[in-house]
Ligand binder design. Sequence first.
Ligand code: NAP
Length: 391
Amino acid sequence: MISWKAPLALAGARWAWSRARRRYGSAPTPEPARGRNLELLAWGAAGAVIGVGASALSERRRSGLMSGKVVLITGGSRGLGLQLAREFGASGASVVICARGQENLDRAVAELTGRGVDAHGVVCDVTDPEQVETLLDEAEQRFGRLDVLVNSAGTMLVGPQDALTDEHFRQAMDIMFWGPFHLSRAAVDRLRATRGSIVNITSIGAYLSVPHMLPYSTAKHAWAALSEGMAAETAGTGVRVTTVVPGLMRTGSHRGVLFRGDPEREYAWFALAAGLPLLSVSVERAARHIVHATARRKGFLVITPTARLGLVARGIAPGLTQEAMRLVGWLLPDTPGQVEERLGSEAGDSRLGRVVNTVAVLNERAGRQMNQRSRAEEQREDRRTGERSSE
Ligand SMILES: NC(=O)c1ccc[n+]([C@@H]2O[C@H](COP(=O)([O-])OP(=O)(O)OC[C@H]3O[C@@H](n4cnc5c(N)ncnc54)[C@H](OP(=O)(O)O)[C@@H]3O)[C@@H](O)[C@H]2O)c1
């Protein structure tokens, strides 16, 4: 993974060193350009060998990191949850994944099993406390213990607050606050027995309330507060709580996000931000960091430099940060006279959406690799199949 960085760094260092020597006079007569290029190439090759070696070593270290552990991941059928299941599996853990949509879940379990991961899927809606209890029982019955619970299930809704109803806020709280709340409370006793961990995926939106994503930010804010409080209250019990604060990750989830107000324009800004390399991080990288933080029993993990910058800015200049957010809000699309609603997969099919998808090509690719067919898309396809068979 890191093999391209090492040759680049070594060749760059060698180049800078020879420039410095020439400038400050300690270098002998300059070598001909061809000789210099060959030397740079040799340094690059040496870097590649070091890079590949380091990569192989870290791969070996990674493969035993979670050996014998059982990890339950909510929202493990696609996106970050699925990548976490792959990564925990690669580090030696058995995984139980849950989601509402059976098809995506089956595909994810088949893929994980194909990679040699001991994986089990349970259909579960985390907003239902009874289903949550059944999920925990099934995980323990299947593998005999539970070591890590990862609360990753989540949904996003993008649109100005004028275009939203109370119900949108309620749904966000149900999925991203009450769901993981019930699950974590029910899991704590089981985790005490194994001195296990709860890993809570929050968001930078929990700490910087992003305009046009208020239900999401509200629910994540509440969840981050509970996560940090739980971390403090479980001190001395053997259970570790890790709060993860990701910035934008290229999980390909923009296709399943619901856009309200002016869906095409809302899709455009969101998909662009979620897909740009400088603003977002690859989901593979994010998952590696999370697994590592879990194994090391870290309390707090921030993913992406922009998220770190946002947290620092909010900490030292909250008023200025609020002004910056006001500016963002002012730049975002107005609420139209007639509020419309569309899924990302539909809004992205507009002319504007297609232009954005071309620019945000990395996130489009991630969508294909992360099993991104949202439940709404599945339901729409099921309806179409039903209509065709009844004709
Ligand atoms: N993508 C980002 O840039 C980003 C940034 C910061 C934080 N995050 C957080 O990271 C997590 C994963 O994001 P993602 O982009 O990977 O999302 P995603 O691709 O949309 O995946 C969401 C997963 O959650 C499941 N899910 C949703 N509602 C559920 C429910 N009620 N019960 C059980 N499962 C449910 C989905 O399956 P079903 O629909 O079939 O249930 C799916 O497996 C979320 O908590 C998100 O807020 C993401």
